[in-house]
Design a protein around this ligand. Structure first.
Ligand code: SAM
Ligand code: SF4
Length: 470
């Protein structure tokens, strides 16, 4: 594929500015309090303000940061957590990313692409567990063309088992051309994610030495511009934490978000912040490894800095870390995750086979266990896809910006998808915890007729009706 950037493509990552902000911003409590106060009035932060939050070191300052992030998440987004499963389609790859178990120089890695019938079986299994939302993941290879990606998306949507169906397919794949993005968009995808990995150019060059297109920093940085030009309306950003200074990566993500917002009038739909994990054949020294405390700080800072963007915390993190961090702004997590290609249909194994996978996961709980945990924490596990399916794209922005949106749409929709899960897939224990939480949510609703409406929809679900949405 010829690599053509969008017209007027710019490098909006100002290395010097970001380094200056990191080196010259000192902790300043009055200023921090002013910024935290401002964030409550629903405004995104500037780079300077973000740097001020990243400079916090004192327990007092951190406590205030975490409290604000938690409050923002609860009061603005409510207590829903959206669940999805990653599905690896193929791990052939021309690139040589030094941290990845799929990199081309690893001759002994087991390479595989799911055949159509294998893909159908994987999706059937995921539906039998209760999943409604997938993210399809691909290496970068000439065989994974936009047409191939579009075909796999359509296959997923066509698989139906019992009451099961996939209602939203997102993609994590190599950056495409404008035409390529258009082709994939037309297959009905939700979000297209491309992680920049590191926004720091020298570090980028070090970990992506080539061969392969990934060594081209600007081709990747410009990916979301091409996605928007190709008609995509939901894009997902990310950085792989541990390659370079975590503060620089947060400022890189915020620079990218502000740039998209200004140029296209829409910020990113989601931001992911994976921390690097051991991978097959990985012999990296990681001088920038991110501690658990800094991880929590970066999540809370992102929540406050880009308030209308969903935050995704993956199963790379352990169940303990997920438990400790989820309330500070996370809106989506994966659950029941298996990374080995073709492994959803296989018997559950406790040991991962790293030579068949991209990296080691931290949270290998089954979907039902994750749901039970979320319920015990007072979160509503949600499989909701209503906005996207009713053409209300940019839902995170609406949730955030339209008064009453969460109460009118998000919470009842989350409750309805939870009720479907409880009826069709859950263990008895999860079912009773789930209905107790639903009852609690309904009794907290202020409007009696809305309460009645939701109760009758739940009754319809109990009587076999599915896919009711607000
Ligand atoms: N091949 C495509 C690409 O690189 O953009 C898409 C899929 S790649 C399989 C998805 C993401 O996994 C990468 O963008 C990277 O951030 C992450 N990843 C790769 N190796 C990892 C590791 N060892 N630990 C944690 N995440 C990793
Ligand atoms: Fe290939 Fe993506 Fe892995 Fe890089 S991160 S080696 S591009 S699969």
């Amino acid at each position: 594929m010829e690599r053509v950037l969008t017209q007027g493509a710019t490098d909006f990552i100002d290395d010097k500015l970001l380094h200056d902000l990191i080196n010259n911003t000192k902790e300043d409590l009055p200023k921090i309090r002013e910024i935290l106060q401002k964030s409550k009035s629903k405004q995104a932060l500037t780079l300077e303000e973000t740097a001020t939050l990243l400079a916090i070191k004192s327990p007092e300052g951190l406590e205030e940061l975490f409290e604000t992030a938690k409050e923002l998440k609860r009061s603005i987004y409510g207590n829903r957590i959206v669940l999805f499963a990653p599905l690896y389609i193929g791990n052939y790859c021309i690139n040589n990313c030094q941290y990845c178990g799929f990199r081309s120089s690893l001759r002994k890695a087991v390479r595989r692409t799911l055949a159509e019938d294998e893909l159908v079986k994987e999706v059937e299994q995921l539906e039998k567990e209760g999943h409604k939302r997938l993210i399809l993941v691909y290496g970068e290879h000439p065989r994974y063309t936009p047409e191939f990606i579009a075909e796999t998306v359509k296959t997923c949507y066509d698989v139906k088992v019992g009451n099961g169906e996939i209602r939203r397919v997102n993609i994590n794949a190599a950056p495409l051309s404008i035409e390529g993005f258009r082709t994939v968009k037309e297959s009905g995808i939700g979000t297209f994610q491309v992680f920049q990995e590191t926004y720091h150019k020298e570090t980028y060059a070090k970990y992506h030495p080539g061969p392969g297109t990934k060594s081209d920093y600007m081709w990747r940085l410009n990916a979301m511009d091409r996605a928007f030009e190709g008609g995509m309306d939901d894009v997902g950003l990310g950085a792989l934490f541990g390659l370079y200074d975590w503060r620089f990566e947060v400022l890189g993500l915020v620079s990218h978000s502000l740039y998209l917002q200004e140029k296209y009038g829409v910020g990113p739909h989601t931001i992911s912040f994976p921390r690097i994990k051991p991978a097959y054949g990985m012999k990296l020294e990681l001088p920038y490894e991110v501690s658990d405390l800094h991880f929590k700080q970066l999540v809370a800072t992102l929540r406050i800095a880009v308030p209308y963007t969903g935050l995704i915390m993956t199963a790379r993190e352990t169940s303990e870390v997920r438990d400790a961090v989820i309330e500070y702004g996370v809106s989506q997590i994966d659950a029941g995750t298996k990374l080995e290609i073709g492994s959803y249909q296989e018997e559950r194994k406790d040991d991962q086979q790293l030579n068949r996978e991209q990296f080691k996961i931290g949270d290998s709980r089954e979907l039902d266990e994750v749901i039970e945990w979320l319920l015990s924490r007072g979160f509503i596990p949600s499989f909701c896809t209503s906005c996207y399916r009713l053409g209300r794209t940019g839902e995170h922005f609406m949730e955030y910006a339209i008064p009453g949106f969460i109460g009118r749409f998000c919470t009842p929709n989350a409750v309805l998808t939870l009720a479907e899960y409880l009826e069709d897939y859950s263990s008895e224990k999860t079912k009773s915890a789930g209905y107790a939480l639903i009852e609690n949510e309904i009794s907290n609703m202020k409007n009696a007729s809305k309460q009645q409406e939701l109760r009758s929809k739940i009754e319809m679900i109990r009587n076999g009706k599915r896919d009711l949405l607000y």
